[in-house]
Ligand binder design. Structure first.
Ligand code: 6PG
Length: 245
């Protein structure tokens, strides 16, 4: 597994750099006429990235080759302020010329157990497979202060190693139901990128980089793909510049 760590002066600089990198990946795929599949992160960190992709790259990418999925979704309607789809659509997907069929929304308003199964099928139908699991070209992850990724928390960490493609999780504090992609699918991706910013995450970043495997984020080790940690200076304040501690 190829792992890189890049540290940026600010969240804005990180978003600019990653938007540029993603747009380049999209263009490379479209030049080859091949579909490119992306699993988007939820939470607030990617908001600046999504806005930049719409503002700077809307007209320089042929979006008909790009398919967007989500790594997880809160069990709320799409117009709920909590909706990961709603945020990405408002900031990004609703502002580009992309075929509606390329946007693979998790129906947060559905019956969770039924939607987890349905979405598993939607992923399988719209991605290639390797070793019996779907392969995303790029899987974008955030990380919580407790080291959770998508909706795999320390309290349901076993879900990371589930044989299911998607499962129903429960937020340990709010009790909110979530639908989440599981860890084996994340690790089957061609490329996985963490976007982590802010001082509140610095200690967890340090512990993960010191090989503390006490977190779901510690389990993200792509089987055959690339792993990148994109951090701002605050989130990286307890690790050295080359990602060592
Ligand atoms: C979600 C996300 C979750 C998120 C982290 C970080 O649905 O909330 O998928 O895993 O990435 O909680 O969230 P922030 O970016 O808001 O810190």
């Amino acid at each position: 597994m190829e792992k890189t760590v890049r540290i940026y002066d600010s969240p804005e600089e990180l978003a600019e750099a990653f938007a540029r990198e993603l747009a380049s990946s999209f263009r490379n795929a479209t030049e080859k006429g091949s579909v490119f599949t992306v699993a988007l992160s939820g939470g607030s960190t990617p908001s600046a990235l999504y806005s930049l992709l719409a503002e700077k790259y809307a007209d320089s990418v042929n979006w008909k080759y790009i398919h967007f999925f989500w790594g997880d979704e809160r069990c709320v309607p799409p117009d709920d302020p909590e909706s990961n789809y709603g945020m990405a659509f408002d900031k990004f997907l609703g502002r580009i010329d992309i075929p509606p069929g390329n946007i693979h929304r998790i129906a947060g308003e559905g019956i969770p157990s039924v939607e987890a199964l349905r979405y598993s099928g939607e992923i399988l139908l719209n991605t290639r497979s390797f070793n019996g699991l779907p392969v995303f070209n790029h899987f974008i992850l955030g990380m919580g202060e407790d080291g959770h990724i998508v909706s795999i928390f320390p309290s349901n960490r076993e879900m990371f190693h589930s044989d299911k493609i998607c499962d129903v999780a429960v937020h340990p504090v709010t009790g909110q139901k979530r639908i989440t992609v599981t860890g084996k699918v994340i690790n089957n991706s061609e490329s996985v990128t963490f976007l982590v910013t802010g001082k509140s995450k610095a200690e967890t970043v340090e512990r993960i980089f010191m090989k503390d495997n006490g977190f779901p984020a510690s389990d993200v080790m792509p089987y055959h793909g690339r792993l990148a940690w994109l951090l701002d200076k605050e989130a990286a304040s307890k690790i050295s510049g080359n990602g060592q501690c």
